[in-house]
Write a protein that binds this ligand. Sequence first.
Ligand code: ADP
Ligand code: MG
Length: 599
Amino acid sequence: MEEAKQLFKKLKIHTLLDLALIVPSSYNDTTLTFQPEIGKVNRLEAKVIDSSMYAGKLRVRFMLTSSGRRVSSTFFRVTPYHHKLFSIGSSHIIQGRVEEYKGYLQMSQPKSIKQVGKITPKYKTILKESEISSLIELYISEANLYNEGLDSKEVATLMHIHFPKSMEDVYENGSLKNEFIEVLKFVEAYNHLRKLRGKRVDFPVIDALNGDISPFVEHLPFKLTLEQQNVIGKIQKDLARKDKASKRMVVGDVGSGKTMVILASVMMALPYKSILMAPTSLLALQLYEEACKHLPKSVKIALVMQGKDKGDYLNADFTIGTHALLYKDDLPKASLVMVDEQHRFGTKQRATLEALVGSGEYKPHFIQFSATPIPRTQAMMDSELLDVSLITTTPFEREVLTQTITKPDFPNLLTHIKDEIAQKHQVLIIYPLVEYSSEVPYLSLEESRGFWESKFDNVYVTHGKDKHKEDVLLKFRENGNILLATTVVEVGISLPRLTLMVIVGAERLGLATLHQLRGRVGRNGLKSWCYLYSNFKASERLTQFSQTTNGFDIAKLDLKFRDSGDILDGTIQSGQKFKWLDMGEDEKIISYAKLRVRT
Ligand code: ADP
Ligand code: MG
């Protein structure tokens, strides 16, 4: 048992189904064939009836025990061993490919094998063959599989895969049967969902919240979209619960109006306190301004950022801040904790978000907002861990034309840039790197800035490692014509006059990133352009991206092109972790698995 534990650790597996899902990569088949099958490897019982040398080769004729048919064989590199082994009258199980030549059966260089009647699965793992097969034999049994909640068909499939009686049992045209693959997909989804389910921990809530949102909603200059209303409705139900603290992720495209959901939630929390954390001070400031603009004047709002607080967070109903929030040891306890642009926090920072929620026995309600659209299938999976709401539409159609361009289009691009600037619009050009690198076939930010600065006024430059990037962005927002940057501008600052952007080396970026970047232009309904500049002919991936505007459709495209290989920067999110399941296609299987996990 202790030994098995060690092996499980080595395999990095945790459940019985993890083990069952380690499928043999091939089988070693030593079952006997009764009728010789032409063109295939056969194992046949045979007796030597003739053996002779001819032109340096050994020719042996066998008679097959089961049918009496003759098979002739030739051995090329003959040793005394062969003569002894295949002496006339000796009996063998011969193994080799059987061919038919003018009605005669032939088997070239047959082996005489000892062990017969077994199909041995071959597993490709980091364990020794003997170790993994002993684990399988020890743990994979009908009883154990039923115990995991599988039904008879699923159990039978897994038993066939690990302990086949014949090759026809498992293989069809040389690979695993389709119906087996369907079962494996299900088991994979089911196993994953059960693990997530085991991880969800619910806590009792500090305060049940049911503040009235109508003073806020009625004074908005617009009507909330149906999807905004739906999400708000869900959150109202969550927050009113007395038994457990809510955990929800609201996922909505850039510009889908998530801020309104945040503000409505603040209203629900009244008279209790809410806090909201944002990834950058620029964004925190923007949220603060919007909160001041849209929330009723009676709501006390504070801003906490390094060195520049606004309002009195000790007495505020709603405190907005950056990481600086985490360092205020006198921050009053809030009943509702929110995180905006959750996808912008690094993995390490995400752990600290939990700290925001506190470690007491009773927890505040916790809502996170993310603008990285995820495929519906992903949302279905994730919702075992926390509740997920999707906002898939935007309040107004943004007019952004996306086009792939190459070098010959550059003169036209320049003209277009001049036109936009003449109309007091702004231009953003994204470079793949800051300084020259021999590995990247594009000019860097530093190499290009001279060109732009010589041709245009008010050119601003910033990048990820730039300490002053927030300052530069603020100045650019006021006075700039052109901003040269790397992908840092992903951070959700709104630049209302931005109407044209160029992404240099677009083929190097994942679709999710491209979509985030494209979300920067046309935020105020101005007609806008997103040019994908590449040295190469446009790939199908980029072409389809150009024609797709909805972030959730992009997420689907992303799945489809995941393996297409023209992405170099690894921006695609932590890859596919399923061996059988296809997140793009298998929505039905996942939804069935969810049902089964619940019952
Ligand atoms: P997100 O945070 O999801 O990217 P925002 O909350 O910043 O989006 O909203 C984008 C813009 O849409 C803002 O200018 C906001 O005022 C506006 N907006 C939000 N909801 C609506 C609505 N229902 N109707 C019209 N405009 C809206
Ligand atoms: Mg937002």
